[in-house]
Design a protein around this ligand. Structure first.
Ligand code: ADP
Ligand code: ASP
Ligand code: MG
Length: 433
């Protein structure tokens, strides 16, 4: 079956400015001349997606937006990279101009009714721009890259902002669009995060979704491996922005990785693991800053012993739901509540019930919690606490927990096997006089 190939994913941080893009070329030079095909998945340049989200929000509300700034900083990167390569620059600028013109068309019309639809049409611009720039740079450095539009093969349903992959169509299209290129010795380079619906509208896969795109391509192409290049040395035992000196995990199982990322370890998008696990494709997380070093290898083989691993998910709400007439929380209540939860596509991270109340810990974003409460308030009393954290602690030692809870108040705690989960409120630092 199929051709041998490797999928590489470069995230926002690894293409954030001209020097970072030069580093992508250096890393990929190492792969040149190897027999295997190479496939590249690229995110929008760092901060672009946030800026485009803001453009979409303001435009929707009829306010001034800053699309011009986004244009300016992309063009500045192009100027810096291609100062000596006038011919390549001219061709690239034409592509970028076409993309900006398409965005302008959207911004000249009345905003559509569906914000999520508008969001995907505008926010996808980030990946289209970055891939054009990176592809042009790698080509100019002699690498056999061919730019591909992910919307020709990443097929989703019409859930704008959280498109669900249509696997049979995507598999067929990925193989149709990419295998002939790989056979010719070319390296397809495409956008992470974006796809298209049956009606050919652009969709996105959810924030940070480029890792997921790399896994989808790895799965559909039966890749030998997927490498995700990050600004950290690999998967660490905790978020280095919150904890000092977390350890790098040399090897971890798909299971461990899925548990960590599902509960907020932001190093990988949580959907990344499954498509790879299903085909037993190894995933490496490596540092683009130190590409000669090994990173973390994620495979089916479980490590016997892990150090304590902490993930913290923020923006959590704890809801205590009780019946209005003091009756027991029975199965039909729970069934009713879950029907409403599924309709709002709420993410339930933890739940617990008692005789007359049912507690849920939810990710509290995009106004979904309020809509849910509004829907159930005629039948239930709801007590809500917001701005909480969900701590997921695996392979915990008593001292790890003690340290973590120094400045946190535990509102709910559960333990299953070697995992402890706690919904906590972070306390302000104590001030001594
Ligand atoms: P990308 O450039 O692909 O978008 P991200 O910024 O989304 O990369 O993810 C990498 C970041 O994830 C790191 O810079 C790090 O701060 C953060 N992070 C959070 N938890 C972990 C963890 N357990 N291991 C490694 N990095 C983590
Ligand atoms: N550019 C998108 C985001 O910032 C997708 C990604 O980077 O993975 O969310
Ligand atoms: Mg990211």
């Amino acid at each position: 079956m199929g051709l041998k190939c490797m999928v590489h994913k470069f995230g926002g941080a690894s293409v954030r400015h001209a020097e970072a893009i030069r580093q992508v070329a250096r890393i990929m030079q190492q792969a040149a001349g190897k027999e295997k095909g190479q496939v590249l998945v690229i995110s929008a340049m760092a901060k672009t997606t946030n800026a485009l989200e803001e453009v979409a929000r303001r435009f929707f509300k009829g306010e001034e937006h800053q699309m011009q700034d986004i244009r300016t900083w992309h063009l500045a990167v192009v100027e810096e990279l291609f100062a000596e390569k006038k011919r390549e620059k001219k061709a690239l600028l034409e592509h970028l101009n076409d993309l900006f013109v398409e965005a302008e068309w959207i911004l000249e019309e009345e905003p559509p009714e569906d914000f999520n639809f508008l969001y995907d049409q505008l926010v996808s611009l980030g990946e289209l721009l970055s891939t054009r720039i990176v592809a042009a740079w790698l080509q100019s450095e002699g690498l056999p890259v061919v730019w591909k539009d992910a919307r020709d093969f990443i097929r989703t349903d019409e859930s704008f902002r959280e498109g669900r992959i249509l696997w049979p169509q995507t598999t067929e299209a990925v193989r149709r669009e990419l295998l002939p290129e790989i056979e010719k010795g070319l390296w397809p380079l495409t956008q992470g995060f974006i796809g298209s619906s049956d009606d050919n509208y652009t969709t996105t896969l959810g924030r940070e979704g480029s890792d997921y795109t790399a896994a989808i391509l790895g799965h559909c192409l039966d890749a030998e491996g997927v490498t995700i290049w990050k600004d950290v040395p690999g998967v660490l035992t905790a978020d280095p922005r919150i904890f000092e000196n977390p350890l790098r995990l040399e090897k971890l199982s798909y299971r461990e990785a899925i548990e960590m990322t599902y509960y907020g370890a932001q190093v990988l998008h949580p959907k990344t693991i499954k498509p790879l696990q299903n085909k037993n494709i190894p995933l490496e997380v490596r540092s683009f800053l130190q590409p000669s070093q090994t990173g973390s290898l994620i495979t089916a083989e479980a490590e016997e012993v892990y150090p304590p691993i902490i993930s913290i998910e923020r923006q959590q709400a704890l809801l205590q739901i009780s019946t209005r007439d003091f009756s027991f929380i029975a199965e039909h209540h729970i069934s009713y509540l879950f029907d409403r939860i599924a309709r709002q596509r709420l993410r339930v991270n933890l739940m617990q019930n008692s005789a007359i109340s049912f507690s849920l810990c939810l990710t509290d974003v995009n106004g979904k919690t309020d809509r849910f409460i509004h829907e159930i308030k005629d039948l239930f009393n709801v007590h809500i606490q917001r701005d909480l954290e969900l701590i997921n602690l695996r392979h915990a030692r008593p001292e790890t927990k003690e340290e973590l809870l120094k400045n946190r108040l535990v509102l709910l705690e559960q333990r299953l096997g070697n995992t402890v989960q706690m919904v906590v409120r972070k306390l302000p630092p104590v001030k001594y006089k």
